[in-house]
Design a protein around this ligand. Structure first.
Ligand code: SF4
Length: 377
């Protein structure tokens, strides 16, 4: 056998226009039924697409109906207070999206008479709307022939066409956007985009893809080579910063407790949490808890109620929560400069009206269980 003959031939790549037919037939049989599909209301599609950024479908399904019940039209959302929008978003995380969605609704009212623009450039000029969201909204609402490229679509395309390299780099990303355009059919581009996402979510999974059930198995370059899980090349992992924190659950006789507002910029901007602080290097949590209590005129040792863990995309918080009783006359700390954004005595029943992120809810639930309140959700 010659060297030439012993080399395994590289599997053939599919033709971009060969994907649509089998994929759309599969979508007709197996596509997921989702409340933002088969509707032509750009506002409802816009809300779903913003919620779906960095959040799983199963989570969005829990929040989407309630959000639309609270803000049924784009005009309702534009007219709302930001505090109400953040409260309705509470639990979904990545709150910048809620602020952007709210700002976007206001700009659509001011600049476009309340109609979500159909022009991709105009739509892409609105807050929080990038190229993916433009394609997703306009292809779903108006069947525009515009590509989408999210994590699911990247996985399917890099495998089907055996695209090497990190999709986070500009060169690979450009190539993938071009492919996402080339595979789009003239008919039903909106359904095609949804089908690609469904295939990535339910069949072409990151680990152990279900190639036997895949309608594109006969076309797929990595299926033939048997190395699907090598694609996409993820590049470097995100570096996570671990932060240790201490927080106080300060409770009055009537069951009310103190929340403070976070700064207007940065992580969880403007949202409510228990008063607390990050631990310094080598600082003991009990000591910081006592210092914090001292700021409220308390000399007692507070009880540790819970150690809560919360992971953001780049940060991991470990928060030790201490509980203490304060006098009913207490209005706040002697020096409130640490919490100049706002202090508020509240009760469990009022939490749904406030922008309280999941990171704060995790610290509150055990405290409320330990006292007599309870926290919905
Ligand atoms: Fe993904 Fe396998 Fe289908 Fe290829 S054959 S697209 S790897 S599920």
């Amino acid at each position: 056998m010659t060297d030439e003959n012993s080399k395994a031939a590289a599997p053939a790549l599919p033709r971009p226009d060969s994907i649509a037919k089998p994929l759309l037939a599969w979508y007709g049989r197996e596509g997921r039924t989702l409340p933002w599909r088969d509707i032509d209301d750009p506002y409802r599609i816009l809300v779903s697409e913003i919620m779906l950024q960095q959040t799983r479908v199963t989570t969005v399904l829990r929040y989407y109906p309630a959000f639309l019940e609270r803000f049924p039209t784009l005009a309702d959302l534009a007219a709302a207070d930001q505090e109400d929008v953040l409260a309705a978003w509470s639990g979904l995380g990545f709150y910048r999206r809620a602020r952007n969605l709210h700002a976007c609704a206001r700009q659509v009212v001011d600049r476009y008479d309340g109609e979500v623009p159909r022009d991709p450039e105009e739509l892409g000029s609105l807050p929080g709307i990038g190229r993916y969201t433009v394609g997703a909204i306009l292809s779903s609402a108006h069947n525009a022939r515009l590509p989408i490229l999210d994590g699911n679509v990247i996985r399917v395309l890099t495998r089907l066409f055996r695209i090497p390299g990190d999709p986070g780099t500009a060169a690979v990303s450009r190539r993938l956007w071009q492919l996402a355009t080339d595979v789009l059919p003239q008919n039903r581009p909106g359904d095609f985009n949804q089908a690609l996402m469904d295939l990535g979510a339910t069949v072409c999974k990151p680990i152990a893809p279900l190639c036997e059930q895949c309608p594109l198995a006969g076309l797929c370059a990595v299926r033939a080579a048997g190395n699907a899980e090598d694609f996409p090349n993820a590049g470097r992992r995100t570096k996570v910063t671990f932060v240790q924190r201490v927080a106080l659950f300060l409770e009055k006789q009537d069951g009310s407790f103190l929340l403070v507002r976070r700064p207007a910029d940065g992580l969880l901007a403007g949202m409510w949490e228990l008063p607390g602080r990050e631990l310094g290097d080598g600082e003991a949590p009990e000591r910081l808890a006592s210092i914090l209590c001292g700021e409220f005129g308390l000399t007692i040792r507070p009880d540790l109620v819970v150690t809560s863990e919360h992971r953001f995309s780049h940060r991991h918080w470990t928060t030790r929560v201490y509980r203490a009783r304060v006098e009913d006359e207490c209005s706040g700390p002697a020096d409130a400069s640490h919490w100049s954004e706002g202090l508020r005595w509240t009760c469990a029943g009022d939490l749904e009206k406030l922008a309280v992120p999941e990171a704060s809810r995790k610290t509150l639930r055990p405290c409320l269980r330990a006292s007599r309140g309870s926290l919905p959700g």
